[in-house]
Design a protein around this ligand. Structure first.
Ligand SMILES: [Zn+2]
Length: 289
């Protein structure tokens, strides 16, 4: 059964925890692009996927969050884009047990669309398509467009993904503000839900930015605004700076204790974002499975 069928049948799927903070824990320097490790440290990237699958993840994201031409270009890696993304997917695929799914991670380009920035919608769409095609060749089963704050950019990514025939998961990052939850670009939960669905997303949701309690509120608002299944990936709390390093302190059991509320709100996929570890996923698996 495919990903969407499993959710429709009522199964709650577990996705993975953090990728960036996992790799930093293995020695990736802060500020270095995690995607470079697909080529320089493939064994670590494969082990990360193996650790999450062993902890109970049904879905593992590829290490390709910043693998678009704009971001890789800043690292001098644009000519290796295909290799970086194909390898990202192939590494996760090679660690997947039977039934384990690989979701191609697509993060923001870091650019603004015209007239705010200098990138045209066509250029941005092309950038997403190029990355996504490489992820498909590497073995992705679905796309996870994540940590989006601009709806026009997120919608272009969803449209590009929707042409490739795989399930499209799309999440945005919300913060609490004077008018309720909105992204840093001012997109409310309701506007996001409508815009992502209209662009063709199969599953919508939220990741990053918040700890689990706030994420429960966001999930409830999304569930009210949309009939689509939700994907919710919370940070392990808000980052606290210790010696210049961001530390996330929500414990696995604490996050797991809120999973039932996420399911009630409409979540079909639950996982973690920054600061969550295989131990967090294991604790969630105990509650969900
Ligand atoms: Zn995050």
């Amino acid at each position: 059964m495919g990903l969407l069928e499993r959710i429709r049948e009522g199964e709650v799927l577990l996705s993975d925890g953090a990728v960036g903070t996992y790799l930093q824990g293995k020695g990736l320097a802060i500020g270095d692009a995690p995607e470079t490790w697909n080529l320089s440290h493939p064994d670590v990237v494969r082990q990360m996927a193996a650790d999450y699958f062993a902890a109970g993840s049904d879905l593992m994201a590829t290490n390709s969050f910043g693998g678009n031409s704009f971001r890789l270009g800043h690292q001098g890696l644009e000519e290796h884009l295909e290799e970086v993304n194909q390898t990202a997917a192939a590494l996760a695929r090679s660690a997947a047990p039977e039934g384990g799914l690989v979701m191609g991670s697509i993060g923001p380009t870091g650019e603004f669309l015209e007239p705010l920035g200098s990138v045209s919608p066509g250029e941005m769409y092309e950038a997403f398509s190029r990355q996504m095609e490489a992820l498909v060749i590497g073995g992705a089963d679905a796309f996870c467009i994540e940590t989006m704050t601009a709806l026009d950019e997120a919608a272009l990514a969803v449209k590009a993904a929707a042409t490739l025939g795989l399930p499209v998961l799309a999440t945005m990052t919300f913060d609490i503000g004077p008018k309720g939850f909105a992204t840093s670009m001012g997109v409310t939960v309701e506007t996001a839900a409508e815009g992502l669905a209209e662009a063709g997303a199969d599953v919508i949701g939220s990741n990053c930015g918040s700890g689990i309690e706030q994420m429960v509120e966001i999930a409830r608002a999304l569930g009210k605004a949309s009939q689509l299944p939700l994907i919710i990936q919370s940070n392990a709390g808000l980052p606290e700076l210790e010696d210049g390093v961001a530390v996330y302190k929500e414990l696995p059991e604490h996050m797991a204790s809120h999973c039932a509320e996420l399911v009630e709100a409409g979540a079909g996929i639950i996982g973690g974002c920054c600061g969550t570890t295989p131990q967090h996923i294991e604790a969630m698996a105990e509650v969900i499975k």
